[in-house]
Every structure is written in C-alpha cells, then in structure tokens.
Design a protein around this ligand. Structure first.
Ligand code: FEO
Length: 398
C-alpha cells in the first residue's frame, strides 16, 4: 500500500494484514489493518506503530514521504503488541527526540520492553502539544481497553486518532468509510465492539458524555484498525452510544450444542414457539458458529436461550467455551432460559442456569430437561417455553 493523505500533511502510513485470523480468541476472517499516521510539521510526528512483522511496511511507507530519521516524536496511544510490537526496532532506526504516552503508557511500555532509557514524555489527559502549525491534545481513555490507552486529537484538523476505539478488523484496499458499503462497515464495527469493548460499556458512556460536554468538534475519526470515518463519524458515535447502553432489539438467540440431536430437536421446538410469537430469533449451533460471531449476535439480543446435552456430569465443551468468553464480556439487560437432554445424571440445565445467574442474566424459567430423546409431550413443553420467552421479548425488547 501507498501512504495516503487523510488531511493536509497527515498521512496514513500503516500496514494491511490480510492473513491474521485470530485476536486472542476473536476470529478475524477478513484480516485487519494496523493504522499509523504521520504528521509532517515542524515536529514530524508518528502516531502509533504496527505489529512487529509489519515494521518494513511502515518504514517503506514513511520513506516515500520523508527520511524516517527526521521523525521527532513517536506517540504511543496504546501499548498492545499489534500497535507497538515493532516499536523497539523502529526506535533503534529513528532515534526520536520524544516517545509520548500516557502515565500508564510509560509503565506498560517499560514492562514490555524494559527500556527505561527511552526519551519518554508523559502527557496527562487534556495536555496539548504544538507540532508547529498543528496542535495535539491528548485524552486519556483508561481501560478503553487497556490502562494505558489514550486518544490524540489534532485540534486544527478536528481529527481524532482513536486507537482501538471505533475500529474494525477488516483488511481492505480502501481507507475511508465512504469507499466501502456502510452497512457492512457498521456490521464489522458491531462485531469489534461486541468482542473487545462490550465489558467497558459504562466507560464508553462516560467518554461519550465527556466528549459531548467538552464540545470537541470531530469531523474525522481515525482508528488504529480498519477504515477511517471521514464522511460518517456521527454514525459510529451514534452506534457506540447505542451499543454501550446495551439497548436490545426484540430478538432472541438459541445458542446450543448437541450430542445426538435430542437437544437440537428441543432447540427446534423452542424456535417454533418463538416463531409463533413473531419475534426475531437466530439459532446458533456451536459446532458451526464461532464464539466471536455468537457474541456479535448477543450484543443486541434480549433473550439468550442456552442448550446443552449433559456430558460426563457437565456440559458440552463448545458451550463451556462460549460461557467463559461471554462471562468476560459482561453483557447486561438480558433474560435467559436453559434446556438440554441427558442420559442418567442430567446436570446441564442446572449448570447453564447457574452460569446465567453468575452473569446477571435474569433466568425466567426453571428450564427443560429431557431424558435421552424428547417425546411429543416434551417438544410441546419446549414450544411453550419458546412462546413464554417470545412474549417477554416483545414486552421488554426495544
Ligand atoms: Fe489493537 Fe488493543 O490493540
């Protein structure tokens, strides 16, 4: 990729990773990008770095604009290795006057790279720094999504370099929101929010309120992953407001794993009940749906209906996986119920109910257990459970 001028004298110089398929458990079938931005001013400044294997791509892009040794400042908005993995080698190559980061950024950089000798300049939230014609204002965003995270706001350009926030894991030859399908972009952004930021939703709400209160004018949002919001920054701010309030639709999810299709037959009967109530629902068999896609559906669903056969006094491994993942991401405002077949011990429904209670999902039914294979009477009970959940979804969803 060539460098691309995103604003006057501000260039995208990052890297496209077409092949990455996993971010700590988040499946990324469309790859991602590591966005870096170079500002050509009296103080030449590089905002964010790239993952270690992409060091040469970054340097090649910079070289097309300027000798990298002329870079004065490197701003590290976030230390995670997809943005600073290449930093030690870049530091050797460039030898900048300053490495600018948040107070926690300095600590976390030293914890990673053990280089206390780097020329750190720690910036508190709200501090401004002149680069010449352009001014940067730093905004600490602790725990969005690491303790070191911050944004950099280019004042004259009204451009927010937002680190991980507002991003997407989507490798494209295009760089701007108006060059791709907007609905697909919002869908990729929702997946990213559900899998990375959902648990920090209360902090996102505070951040958005702070931005509104400060009257900060934003006409471009440049995240460190994916497309730059040039034409529709308001759409992603609005979407983050909705997602961080965890507003749900009148929608139910049937998430299940099945051993010999008895639990699946129950799932189909519950789906019939939901259908009879006319609510939107999705069936997610965990043998065919990755946890990160399941979480994307959880984001705007009111009801979570979990099904698992009993295996060795427990639940099936696919279900254990999604429960572990979902628990960490802390979805709120959901109702739930459980179902599953068993042969002799039958613990799965109890385990699923306890897991939902542990996640503060309101369990609205004791659940349905079926020995070996469901009878028509059992399936009728499942239909009734689907209808019960469907009615509650209609009453409580948005
Ligand atoms: Fe894209 Fe938290 O790193």
């Amino acid at each position: 990729m060539q460098p691309i001028e995103v604003k006057e004298n501000i260039y995208w110089v990052g890297a496209i990773d077409w092949n990455v398929r996993d971010f700590h458990g988040y499946q990324t079938p469309k790859g991602t990008t590591y966005n870096s931005f170079l500002v050509l001013d009296e103080k030449v400044t590089l905002f964010d770095c790239v993952k270690k294997p992409f060091k040469s791509n970054l340097l090649a892009n910079i070289r097309k604009l300027i000798d990298p040794a002329k870079i004065d400042y490197i701003v590290v908005n976030h230390v995670e290795m997809d943005h600073s993995g290449a930093l030690p080698e870049i530091m050797e190559f460039i030898g900048p006057e300053k490495v600018i980061c948040s107070p926690m950024g300095k600590k976390v950089l030293i914890d990673h790279f053990h280089r206390e000798d780097w020329p750190f300049e720690v910036v508190e939230s709200g501090k401004t720094l002149s680069l010449g014609k352009k001014t940067v204002q730093f905004l600490e965003t602790r725990m969005l999504h690491w303790p070191d995270s911050m944004f950099s706001y280019l004042v004259e350009d009204e451009m927010l370099i937002s680190s991980d926030a507002f991003g997407q894991h989507w490798a494209t030859s295009e760089r701007f929101d108006d060059e791709v399908d907007l609905e697909e972009l919002l869908s990729q952004s929702a997946k990213y929010y559900a899998n990375i930021l959902l648990l920090y939703s209360p902090l996102v709400q505070k951040l958005l309120a702070g931005v509104r209160k400060s009257g900060l004018r934003i006409n471009m949002i440049a995240p460190d992953h994916g497309l730059i919001w040039r034409s529709h920054p308001g759409r992603i701010l609005e979407a983050y407001d909705t997602w961080s309030q965890q507003k749900t639709k009148k929608k139910a999810l049937l998430i299940y794993d099945t051993m010999w299709q008895s639990t699946e037959a129950m799932a189909n009967a519950i789906a019939d009940g939901l259908n009879q109530e006319g609510v939107d629902f999705k069936m997610l068999n965990l043998k065919h749906n990755h946890r990160s896609d399941v979480m994307t559906e959880v984001l705007d669903s009111k009801a979570i209906i979990l099904g698992s056969s009993t295996l060795n006094n427990g639940i099936l491994p696919g279900m254990a996986d999604i429960l572990c993942y979902m628990k960490g991401l802390k979805p709120t405002g959901k109702i739930g119920a459980a179902f599953g077949s068993y042969g002799w011990s039958g613990e799965s429904v109890k385990i699923l109910n306890e897991a939902m209670e542990g996640m503060k999902i309101q369990v609205v039914d004791e659940g349905i257990r079926v020995k070996f294979a469901p009878t028509q009477q059992d399936l009728d009970r499942c239909i009734q459970l689907g209808r019960k959940i469907g009615k509650l979804v209609k009453e409580n969803g948005h």
